[in-house]
Write a protein that binds this ligand. Sequence first.
Ligand code: BGC
Length: 365
Amino acid sequence: MRKGFLAVSAVGLLALGSLTACGDDSGDQAGGGSGKTPKIGVILPDSSSSVRWESADRKFLGEAFKAAGIEAIIQNAQGDKNAFQTLADQMITNGVTVLMIVNLDSGTGKAVLDKAKSQGVATIDYDRLTLGGSAEYYVSFDNVAVGKLQGEGLVKCLTDAKAEKPAIAYLNGSPTDNNATLFKEGYDSVLKPKFDSGEYTKAADDSVPDWDNTQAATIFEQQLTKTGGKIDGVLSANDGLGNAAISVLKKNNLNGKVPVTGQDADPQALQNILAGDQCMTVYKAVKKEADAAAELAIALAKGERKETGQTVRDPEGNRDVPAVLLTPAAIYKENVKDVIADGYVTKEQICTGDYAKLCTDAGIS
Ligand code: BGC
């Protein structure tokens, strides 16, 4: 496990190291070289669909800009599309030279990106690709790979539990988030062949609007009712949705018996894994994502262009967007310790109260 984890880190570093400066510094592109002082605006999506945005992304982006001595404004739209647009307008008025966004949906994301561009402000899609958008760069993880790890994780936990012909429920992410589509593509690639062969059955398949954790609990409750309690595994697209399912399983004394997947390595999810209530999560080293995005933003702000060595196809805009895609890692009970060793969460956050013994058992010292 440890070995694999380190290998993943090395891939991440490689990806970063491959951002090389390109010759053209002419400064005639949006946001760059116009003699303006570099100033970067970042709009995060919310603070409830995942704790990562406030606890990891804000922190690591802030640190990266600070280390480079670049002024940055980081705001959170709190799930409100109007607020998202207002924040973008304010940032442009305040003279940002580069705008980085995590869109709430492609429609409003595109409007914001296009407006920024028309005002000479360069843009970056951070974590979520804006379909039909106009960002100069896209920085994220390989999101199909994230979904594959979730599918494989669920299969591993069901196999370990010797489940026979398990009935699977899907709790997909927000239908307005392109990442949710990619995650599903990944886990479908693992699970669909099993549905087709009759090895597994699909009991339910629902998307959770805006990744809303409260709605996720209601949706999962309905899935459980609809199937007469016959759900043997939950493919949940992130930790918040997974925790919602676990809360419902707990009420029905089914927690620990039904494997649940996740994503983000939230402190709560890591505790769920240690307790045996969650099968796995997917760790995305947000520091690497933030560092890569900050590096590109700073280059754009200085009127430089960097080669990312990779592109991602935007099927709606029919264009190849220069991209940095980092490698995610699967986390099970045995390697929760690696997320702590990587500095993403602290032992103090995880090993509280009853979790102290579970931490010791899982080799967290
Ligand atoms: C991100 C996930 C996050 C989810 C909900 C996705 O776009 O990639 O890390 O859990 O949004 O905020």
